[in-house]
Design a protein around this ligand. Sequence first.
Ligand code: MV4
Length: 446
Amino acid sequence: MFSKVLIANRGEIALRILRACKELGIETVAVHSTADAHAMHVRLADESVCIGPPPAGESYLNIPQILAACEITNADAVHPGYGFLSENARFAEILEAHNIGFIGPKSEHIRVMGDKIQAKQTAESLGIPVVPGSDGAVRSLEEARKVAEEIGYPVLIKAAAGGGGRGMKVAENADVLATALSTAKSEAKAAFGDDAMYMEKYLGKPRHIEVQVFGDGKGNAIHLGERDCSLQRRHQKVWEEAPSPALNVEAREKIGKVCADAMAKLGYSGAGTIEFLYENGEFYFIEMNTRLQVEHPVTEAITGIDLVHEQLRIAAGGELSVKQEDIQFEGHAIECRINAEDPRTFMPSPGTITHYHTPGGLGVRVDSGVYQGYKIPPYYDSLIGKLIVHGRSRVDCMMRLRRCLDEFVVDGVNSTLPLFRDLIDHQDIANGAYDIHWLEKYLELD
Ligand code: MV4
């Protein structure tokens, strides 16, 4: 096992990783920007290193500074968390070249999944179902027309370098295809410096369901079930739950096995998430994330498996601690992302938290990096914390969540808590009857 891990992140995820390291007897190094000198991850780590000024580009994304911090603290591995350098293949390679462990997948797999065309081709070759569409890139309008005629309108034009919703354009019919393609191309060129595009059948009312996988890098892999992340606004997830209200045991086992077998074949190492659109009982691969995700705690709640422990074991050359047949899914878990934002407009609301009280009790977890008196800086994402509630059934989970939302106090800044207090009483939410557009439609209604 590693003896000292540097955590190249901040906020709640830095604390989450720190806790796992402490439990495994691993020493921890926090890095921070000057804006985060008073952050909780700095206080709780064994050592800390200031790596630069507030802008992430000069601190949390600053590879030379992070390498220097590894060197002066003698850290033998880096955990990147999510965001920042977590899906930067070059960073993983640089660490390897310096004989420092990267707590994540092989750099080749990060790179392949970062290119959405290659990711889709790889997924398809591994037996994962994909959305009907172009075979690789579309190189001309003529080619785009041919593909669209084959798969039928509406079609969606996507950027190879995109992901997370950026660089996409819907074409409802043949008349608007040329405009959609050229707009999408120039937006992609401006945003990513890469205008390679591909095309898919546009799915109108899908759910967003993702499968958690783990590989040991030696040809063994497992799945830990799915999460339903359909409740989102502008590609920011708001509420995630496991299991998905839309799946039964057979559907879960079937897609889970497809994903685990694919990862075994690939020789994938560490944690991964395979994202699908789910419509009319069918799964369609869209992307794969090669990192630990924000919403991983709902999977931990229903499986009892600590995903960061697993990541650390595997990155250190160990084996998965569980076999597929030993994994059982128990009850239901929901995560609410409590952001420092207006609960209707989602305008960021940085500032000082004057009062802070978190709920507790059986089946309740709050992952947060803040405390009463903490000043949320304006430079980073606006996540205050995540409320994760577990119950024996979805109904029990919802009742417990309602109670927790009543207990939770965040004063001094706007928070999204009032949104969740509204959502929990909505009939569609109670029924699990929502798709990826539900929340945006709901928010438009007033
Ligand atoms: C789609 C789609 C409909 N049809 N692909 C958006 C982000 C990127 N990960 C893929 N996305 C979508 N791809 C086809 N063929 C609709 C979306 C989409 C979406 C997907 C997941 C979660 C939220 C979303 C919100 C809008 C659009």
